[in-house]
Design a protein around this ligand. Structure first.
Ligand SMILES: NC(=O)C[C@H](N)C(=O)O
Length: 332
């Protein structure tokens, strides 16, 4: 799926559960992911039909993805090298380019809602670590123990990543195998009868254009498996992992350091603004020209109701829907 263009004026929504899918991903895991993406699209569609604004819809949908342990955000987040969870998220409201971001969260059940509160209730754009947690306590958002976020699958994956002495990107698994991780991986591969490398979790995001043509974007993640504590990726960085303006909204996923170097999300807007490309042209262009060796994907909507998806990984968990009844969910 690369999305499609539709006539001016309707709402459109896209969601993702990360780019970089293991080519051997078993069917049942694919189906599970597709069911979750479809459920999230349905939530977004009902909200849009009830006239919720784009910014409310992206927050609502990403909360749902954070609460389900399947993808790498909220419960089910990737683990740091110390086996803990440090989550990050950002949200952006296109019309006035208002934004909020958080990093280093260890107890906040829904990081995206704290990012929203940073946007709505502080004079700042970005809070991290102890200060962000303190803000969360003051705002009275739901807090849970760090263990709540840690799943058995991810404990297994961290072990795998440590044995291979690598940060685990699922699209890097072939590299791990050839750099000495192979034997360890073979011993560790089974968990609940399924290969644990194939559970590789990924970041989530949602972009929406509402009936008024307002665009918004939200992205949430646990970051990279086996990351250093304190590491900040692209997802909370406005312009890199997330961007929205009056023209477009974008949420990215993949190799954070490459996305940061290319300011990928903002680039989609920039080539639309300065090169006059439509959404599809802009998404294709940035994926082909801005990533160098980096692996990433993104979803985007435009104020005209276009929706698009682009990636240079083997696959990307994503789905989209438009007001005229079009709905599609895909992995490859
Ligand atoms: N799975 C991901 O999308 C990872 C995220 N982009 C990061 O680097 O933190």
């Amino acid at each position: 799926m690369t999305g499609r263009e539709i006539k001016m004026g309707g709402w459109a929504i896209a969601v993702h559960g990360g780019a970089g899918v293991d080519p051997n991903l078993p069917n049942e895991r694919q189906e599970e992911a597709k069911r979750l993406l479809t459920r999230c699209l349905d939530i977004g569609i009902s909200a849009l039909r009830s006239n919720l604004s784009a910014i409310d819809v992206v927050e609502l949908v990403v909360r749902e993805l954070e609460t389900d342990p399947l993808f790498n955000s909220g419960r089910g987040s990737a683990l740091t090298e110390k086996g803990t969870v440090e989550m990050e998220a950002s949200i952006m409201d296109g019309p006035k380019r208002r934004c909020g971001a958080v990093s280093g969260l260890t107890t906040v059940k829904n990081p995206i809602s704290l990012a929203r509160l940073v946007m709505d209730k502080t004079p700042h754009s970005y809070l991290g670590f102890a200060g962000a947690e303190e803000f969360a306590r003051k705002q009275g958002v739901e807090l849970v123990d760090n263990e709540y976020f840690i799943t058995e699958d991810n404990v297994g994956m961290l072990k795998l990543a440590k044995e291979a002495n690598s940060i685990l990107f699922d699209y890097r698994i072939p590299t791990l195998t050839t750099c000495g991780g192979g034997a360890a991986m073979e011993n560790q591969l089974q968990m609940n009868g399924l290969p644990i490398s194939l559970y590789a979790p990924e970041t989530v995001g949602c972009v929406v254009v509402d009936k008024q043509g307002h665009c918004a974007a939200a992205t949430s993640t646990g970051g990279l498996m086996n990351k250093m504590t304190g590491r900040i990726g692209d997802s909370p960085l406005i312009g890199s992992g997330t961007y929205a303006c009056d023209l477009v909204a974008v949420s990215c996923t993949g190799e954070g350091e490459a996305i940061i170097r290319s300011t990928l999300a903002r680039e989609v807007a920039a080539v639309m603004e300065y090169k006059g490309l439509n959404l599809h042209g802009a998404v294709d262009y940035v994926i082909k020209t801005r990533l160098d060796e980096g692996k990433a994907g993104l979803i985007a909507v435009s104020k005209n109701g276009e929706v698009a998806c682009g990636f240079n990984t083997t696959g990307m968990f994503r789905g989209c829907a438009t007001e005229d009844g079009f709905l599609e969910v895909g992995v490859w």
